[in-house]
Design a protein around this ligand. Structure first.
Ligand SMILES: Cc1cc2nc3c(=O)[nH]c(=O)nc-3n(C[C@H](O)[C@H](O)[C@H](O)COP(=O)(O)O)c2cc1C
Length: 194
């Protein structure tokens, strides 16, 4: 299967550090790898409504929810490119993940079976100098991948406050060069780690 990367951008501003860093990493992908970029600001998802236990819950066929769903199902690799907001993912990124909970229960979608074995990656920019403070974001993505039976490639972190700052983080730019070439093992919950 040809690899197809979906980049889901979750910043609340255009051309931010997270996107800059994600684009640096994506530049290294081979030519035959397809890339799709979706900015959640341009494709705003509605508030997630918990219809998981309603039997008349159907597949969305139009609008931004359908666009995101179709792109997610078509991707072999999903890259959550979210700035660090309050130590975790941004609100719009979290909303996208909340919609996964609805898609998991939508009859006929086979959302979990489709994503199983595929790979989740993260890219984030943060203002704090010490990257450990991003542990809640890393845990959210790792555990989500484990729950979904996905592989997890880890999170590419870069430092910056105002747009463009991350381009001065030479260590992050160096990590970006090989980020997507890394092994992405099957994700495990922390209590399963051997
Ligand atoms: C709502 C909000 C919450 C933030 N929370 C954190 C935080 O918890 N830790 C941190 O280091 N930086 C925090 N920041 C700073 C951003 O992570 C930083 O400016 C980053 O470069 C933004 O990424 P972007 O340029 O891709 O939008 C926050 C910024 C905003 C707007």
């Amino acid at each position: 299967m040809t690899r197809r990367f979906l980049f889901v951008l979750g910043s609340a501003r255009p051309d931010g550090n997270t996107e800059l860093l994600a684009r640096r990493a994506a530049e290294q992908l081979p030519q035959n790898v397809e890339q799709q970029w979706i900015d959640l600001a341009a494709h705003p998802l509605p508030d997630f409504e918990d219809l998981r236990h309603d039997s008349d819950h159907t597949r969305p066929t139009e609008g931004d929810v359908a666009t995101l769903l179709d792109a997610t199902l078509a991707a072999t690799d999903i890259v959550i490119a979210s700035p660090l907001y309050w130590y975790s993912v941004s609100d719009r990124t979290k909303r996208y993940l909340d919609h996964w909970s609805g898609w998991l229960r939508t009859p006929g979608l086979d959302f979990k079976a489709t994503l199983e074995g595929r790979t989740l990656w993260g890219v984030t920019a943060l203002a704090h100098e010490e990257p450990e403070v991003a542990a809640p974001l890393v845990g959210t993505l790792n555990n989500s991948a484990a729950y979904m039976g996905m592989r997890f490639g880890g999170v590419l972190l870069g430092n910056g406050s105002k747009p463009g700052d991350v381009l001065k983080d030479t260590e992050a730019l160096a990590r970006a060069k090989t980020f997507f070439a890394q092994e992405a093992p099957l994700a495990r919950f922390p209590y399963e780690a051997g």
